[in-house]
Design a protein around this ligand. Sequence first.
Ligand code: NDP
Ligand code: 8X3
Length: 268
Amino acid sequence: MSYGSKAGERLANKVVLITGASSGIGEATAKDIAATTNGKIKLILTARRKEKLDKLSSDLKDQYSDIEVLPVELDVSKLETIKPFIGGLPKEFADIDVLVNNAGLALGRDPVGTILESDIVTMFHTNVLGLITLTQAVLPIMKAKNSGDIINLGSIAGRDPYPGGGIYCPTKASVKSFSHVLRKELISTKIRVIEIDPGNVETEFSNVRFKGDLEKAKQVYAGTEPLYAEDIAEFVVFAITRKQKTVMAEALVFSTNQASATHLHRDS
Ligand code: NDP
Ligand code: 8X3
């Protein structure tokens, strides 16, 4: 995808907060934003695994002399920590321009009736309540300057619920509903609300979902040419580098092998 020559210019010198930047789509988005702006950017990278954020931060600093990176351990499911985190940001990172609500996970594919209560709570706390709480904390900053981009990572799972997705699918449907509400509520502002809904992306997602059963995780992508994290990062960067008046409100992104949550062509 070509971003057009103005992409880097439009994004340069902004403050971007990414959740779930320690892996997959979040990490790839941080790298793509850094490349697009040639390091003229301030990145707040958050996740639970601080050591991964530190490594990404030092790699980016090695690569781009101008870049400013703030790696912060943040568990978005710990709702009470979110507001203090935003309120405590150092001055140079406090004026957030872009919020990438990416942290999320699925746990298991068990049928309703057998789903662990702890998995239900973790998925809703992370994918829904964390995303909403962080958005609420950041919104006053964007409203004060009447600009900003909020990118929510939804999923095909939010549009096309499937057996075994009894909790994950409703969490992503909630993200979609929240994105719609927000876009409508912010209609008189210049704040953009963008939702990106990927199909299958081969990241740590399935390893997490199947709780370390790598064989099961591999089966999700077997015989297909899945999307990779970088493919979705391109869409995030594309959306946030459009003209201010242009909102790519939603994008459903599949690999060419996929046509719905369950309709995949497999070679083998
Ligand atoms: P990964 O598992 O590779 O990355 C998930 C990221 O979320 C990690 O950085 C992880 O960091 C972070 N995370 C998980 N729980 C928390 C938490 N409680 N607090 C803070 N960070 C957390 O998966 P993807 O990159 O694929 O997933 C990114 C987003 O994309 C998710 O919202 C997912 O639902 C969505 N998505 C993924 C698809 C796929 O097929 N992969 C398809 C459609 C949507 P850490 O463990 O360090 O906290
Ligand atoms: C991840 C894709 O189809 O496993 O959101 O739910 S799916």
